[in-house]
Each structure stands twice: as C-alpha cells, then as structure tokens.
Design a protein around this ligand. Structure first.
Ligand SMILES: Nc1ncnc2c1ncn2[C@@H]1O[C@H](COP(=O)(O)OP(=O)(O)OP(=O)(O)O)[C@@H](O)[C@H]1O
Length: 333
C-alpha cells in the first residue's frame, strides 16, 4: 500500500504518563484519515510528533516516505498542518496574516494567497482584521495558510472544533474536495458523527492506544443491525417479536420501544416485522432500520457510556432508560 504517513510502534511518554502507546498504522495516500478519540487521548501529541515538533520516546515515524525527525524539513515541504487552534495576529487582516507567513516560505506561497482564500470561502473577508473573525473563519484561515505550499498532505488537529452546523457542512465539503484532487488529509477529532461523514479511514483511540482501525465502511459493516419499533402494546408485542424467524435477540430500549437484532437488515425484515404487529392489531408508532454508527462502534469497543467523548458524542438514547425486569437488558453501547 502507498502510504503518506507511516507509524511503527510509536510511543510517547511524559514521565509515567503514556500519551501515545505503541501505535502502528499506515495512512493511505489520497484519502481522509481520522484519528478519533476523547480529550486527552494523545491526539495533539501524535500530530506534534508527525510534524517534527516533538520526538517520540520510541518507534519510527515517516511522512511521505521520509523519516521524522531526521528529514523533517524535506518531508514537510509539501505538508500543511494546524496543531491545536491556528494563531494569527488579530490586528492584521486575514490576507496580511497569510503574507507574513508566506514571506518565510517561497514566492509560490505568496502567489497562492488569493487562491487559498477563495478555496476556504474567505475571499470577500480577506481584507478584514482577524480580530473580527468568528472561530469558524479563523479555522478556515488556518486551512488557507496550510494550503499555501500546495500540500500533498494536510494534517489538521481538531479542525471542526467550535464550528456551527453550516460551518461543519462547508468544512466537510472542503475536505472532500481536497481528497478528490488526490491530496491526503489526516485529521484528529472527538466528534464521532463528523468523522463518520468526512473520513474514509479511521483509527479509534483510547488512552493513546489504537483499539481498531480500518475503513469507516469496514468498521460499520462489522456492527449490529436491527429493526427498531415503537408500539402501543409492548407486552403483547414482545413475544411476537421474539418469535420472528430472523430475530437474533430483542432489546427493550425505551418504554414501548424495541430493537430486533437481525443478521441482514433488508426491506423484508422491516416489512415482516410491521406485518406481524399489524395483524395482531398492535399499534405501530414507529418502524425503522437501525444501522451501526461509529458512535455505537466506539462505545462497544471502549465499553464507555454515551457522551464521554468530551461531551460531544450525544450517545444512543438507551443507556439510562429503565428496562422492565422481564425483558433482556439494554447493554451500554
Ligand atoms: N508537554 C507535556 N508534558 C506533560 N504531559 C503532556 C504534555 N503534552 C501532553 N501531555 C499529556 O499527554 C496526554 C495526551 O495529551 P494530548 O494533548 O496529546 O491529548 P489530546 O487528545 O490532544 O487532548 P485534547 O483533545 O484535550 O487536546 C495527556 O494526559 C496530557 O496531559
């Protein structure tokens, strides 16, 4: 596989605290790779090491095939990076900030300023002072700066922090456009739903350790699927649902609401579940396909309760729902 970043047994300790723990991954070229984990799991530390800003305690890092830190300068010549929040001179305009930065780079970087501002939809605000920018605009200006050296690889630490829904959608489109041009993007994030929409590949991290990695599609395929129903007569519905030939198990997830786990979630499973309930004259208030999400997968892997990803996860609505004694208990996922 052609990889743009390669990590081999990378560990970083701060005293007894292991911030990054024996990480081995390859980030394929031409894709968006997400490093996903809660606050404090070592995201910034890993990115700092990849950009030559910190040294690993042990292990090897290569970016664009060149070892870090020995060949950092060459390796990063076509890499744009943002570590933590991008910082700017507030009393200068967006364009002037880019000019200051480009002055330390190359003539090409200077020539790329207007194009970069356009790419991040800041062309019309480029001559306003950064002190008047929203957080989302500063994030985008950071990306514009990262684009000045025509990067093959963008490395962005929590780039969607603090963006509103419109800003998020715009950011996602921007990232996808880079990837469509054949560039590679490495982002860190603790926002599961965002990663699911934006990334091709993901590594799920807990306490500096990789719990699982692979393409988002693969990780989701391995997960649980179910038919979700809400009914007006749960007591009569439960035995009917349990008797469905394709039901693997039936979980109560809220008063009157169940999930019937199935091996294959197709229209037929939905149709037959509905028909069974209707024909027993049970009111069906809701009938839906429940597919695996990265959030569920993350919670399964970590055994965490919902919402532990720094308060942004907004987990499945199952964890705190009281469950009738005679029903199978809801597992924290
Ligand atoms: N310079 C440092 N000295 C000592 N400990 C550090 C240092 N930098 C990071 N750590 C510790 O390493 C661990 C990982 O921190 P890091 O900032 O990489 O996590 P993170 O996932 O980026 O968190 P956040 O999302 O909150 O920024 C934390 O326990 C942190 O306290």
């Amino acid at each position: 596989m052609d990889s743009v970043i390669s990590l081999r047994n990378v560990t970083k300790r701060f005293g007894t605290n292991v911030a990054v723990n024996d990480v081995t991954i390859d980030v394929p070229k031409g894709r968006c790779y997400a490093w996903l984990g809660p606050n404090g799991c070592g995201k910034t530390t890993l990115i700092r090491m990849m950009l030559g800003l910190a040294r690993p305690t042990s292990g090897q890092i290569a970016v664009r095939g060149l070892p870090i830190p020995e060949r950092t300068r060459d390796a990063l010549s076509r890499v744009g990076g943002i570590v933590e929040e991008p910082r700017f001179y507030p009393y200068l305009t967006g364009r002037q900030n880019l000019e200051v930065w480009a002055a330390h780079q190359s003539a090409d970087a200077k020539a790329a300023i207007s194009g970069s501002l356009e790419r991040v939809h800041l062309a019309d605000r480029g001559d306003d002072k950064v002190s008047g920018y929203s957080l989302g605009m500063r994030q985008r200006l950071g990306v514009a700066r990262a684009l000045l050296n025509d990067p093959e690889l963008l490395v962005l630490d929590e780039p969607t922090n603090g963006l509103d829904p419109a800003g998020l959608a715009e950011f996602r489109q921007m990232i996808r456009a880079f990837v469509d041009e054949g560039r590679s993007v490495f982002i860190s994030s603790h926002i599961l739903s965002e990663v699911e929409k934006m990334a091709d590949d993901v590594a799920i991290i807990e306490k500096g350790k990789v719990l699982a990695h692979g393409s988002v599609a693969e990780l989701l395929r391995g997960g649980r699927q179910a038919v979700g129903v809400r009914v007006d007569d749960p007591e009569r519905a439960l035995p009917l649902l349990r008797a469905l030939p394709f039901a693997q198990d039936v979980r109560a997830i809220a008063p009157g609401a169940f999930e019937v786990s199935v091996a294959e979630l197709d229209d037929d499973a939905l149709r037959r579940t509905g028909r069974e309930l209707f024909s027993a004259d049970i009111g069906v208030l809701e009938l839906r396909a429940v597919r695996e999400t990265l959030e569920r997968r993350f919670l399964e892997l970590t055994g965490n309760q919902a919402g532990e990803l720094g308060g942004h996860a907004g987990g499945p609505p199952t964890a705190d729902v009281p469950t009738p004694d005679d029903l199978p208990t809801t597992e924290a996922r």
